[in-house]
Design a protein around this ligand. Structure first.
Ligand SMILES: Nc1ncnc2c1ncn2[C@@H]1O[C@H](COP(=O)(O)OP(=O)(O)OP(=O)(O)O)[C@@H](O)[C@H]1O
Ligand SMILES: [Mg+2]
Length: 380
């Protein structure tokens, strides 16, 4: 669904560059769908990432639609089990969990097709999708509300002793319109997360250097480029880069050419270091103030989340606005919904016969891409 940026990750020592309600029944055919545990059936692909894919699913007992993230059980660097454990640590697997913007996690296990599978609450489009839907132009109000809300999410994660390490617009999604959650931003994808508080000693992990790059080059902090161990400050700086990406529509270090990825990442880091914050954030003094603060944080310093959120809350107040969660996309999704619905009816017959696990025909790849949008129309 979302355009996927190349992600750089390490779990090992080596760096790896890494149509309406009635139609739902036809999308997840009882006879063809793969089984997962005793409650879930796996349906069509709705998203993909560097480590596997995300499929539509259904809880056959409650009839609830879910999202199922899968990974080959023979993956050299298994990731999904860690992701499940991080969700558990945050409390997302608790049935009673009510933390805003953290998806409910229902199940982890091995599916019929020998894939590891993680069952999550089904959510809506990513911030990157929504940015495109809004012609890559968000109002200042929406950008500041995104800042306030994503800072809340990252604070929850940090509060549980976890550093996220993968800030990017593709990893923040909104809830579903049907559930009246399209004004709520969720954080997903804990594939690169790490504990910064040692479970045994309850102490902050030690400062280290010469670490491999982990994250997405476009957004990662300057210190991550320099090989320093990531901590809370790096998530916060990466968020600042993401806010500027959404404010400007791009970042100055996009599209740099180099003979190989290593040199390109080095160039990106250098450019981040050399551009003064005032120039990077021209026209956005609030984001400049935020970025100054994030970049000055010490490795194990406790960030002042209230101060950071207040930069944006106070600025909204001064403009006579408030964080009422009336995001720009709330108007746009209505037109998108009808467009997708129209397209859906044209190719519905082709899509509904596709079986999970079947060899995908080349034209179906195009359909796959289209299906992401179709999914939005049907399930959103
Ligand atoms: N619960 C969900 N509901 C709806 N869509 C989802 C859900 N989880 C993930 N997706 C979609 O699938 C995409 C990939 O998911 P995710 O980021 O978890 O996978 P990944 O392999 O770790 O990706 P990457 O490595 O590229 O960041 C997301 O960007 C989003 O579009
Ligand atoms: Mg992701």
């Amino acid at each position: 669904m979302a355009s996927q940026q190349k992600k750089i990750t390490t779990r090992t020592a080596a760096a790896v560059t890494k149509a309406g309600a009635s139609n739902q029944k036809t999308l997840i055919k009882n006879s063809n769908s793969l089984l997962l545990g005793s409650n879930f059936k796996i349906g069509k692909k709705i998203g993909s990432g560097n480590f596997g894919e995300v499929r539509l699913g259904k809880n056959v007992v409650t009839n609830e639609d879910v999202a199922i993230k899968t990974e080959s059980a023979s993956a050299k660097i298994p990731q999904l089990i860690f992701e499940y454990q991080f969700y558990r640590l945050i409390g997302a697997t608790d049935k009673s969990h009510t933390m805003e913007g953290i998806p409910k996690v229902y199940y982890y296990g091995l599916a019929e097709n020998r894939c590891n599978a993680l069952v999550l609450e089904l959510l809506g489009p990513t911030l990157e999708d929504l940015f495109k839907i809004c012609d890559r132009n968000f109002t200042m109000k929406t950008i500041f509300m995104i800042a306030i809300n994503t800072l809340h999410r990252i604070e929850i994660v940090h509060d549980k002793g976890i550093v996220y390490r993968d800030v990017k617009p593709e990893n923040f999604v909104i809830g579903r319109h049907k559930m009246k959650k399209d004004n709520l931003i969720y954080i997903i994808d804990f594939g690169l997360a790490k504990e910064y508080i040692d479970q045994k000693t309850k102490k902050h992990i030690p400062y280290r250097e010469k670490k491999n790059l982990v994250g997405t080059a476009r957004y990662m902090s300057i210190n991550t480029h320099l090989g320093k161990e990531q901590s809370r400050r790096d998530d916060l700086e990466a968020l600042g880069h993401m806010y500027m990406y959404l404010a400007r529509g791009n970042l100055p270090w996009q599209g740099l050419k180099a003979p190989n990825s290593k040199e390109r990442f080095h160039k990106i880091g250098e450019m981040k270091r050399n551009i003064p914050i005032s120039k990077l954030c021209e026209g956005y003094p609030e984001i400049a103030e935020y970025l100054h603060y994030a970049r000055r944080l010490e490795f194990n310093e406790n960030p002042d989340y209230i101060y950071m959120r207040n930069i944006f809350i106070d600025s909204l107040k001064l403009k006579g606005l408030a964080d009422d969660r009336q995001f720009d996309w709330l108007e746009k999704v209505v037109s998108m919904f009808f467009l997708c619905l129209e397209l859906s009816s044209l190719v519905l017959n082709l899509v509904e016969d596709q079986v999970v696990g079947e060899k995908i025909l080349s034209w179906q790849c195009i359909l796959d891409c289209w299906f992401s949008w179709f999914y939005l129309a049907i399930f959103y």
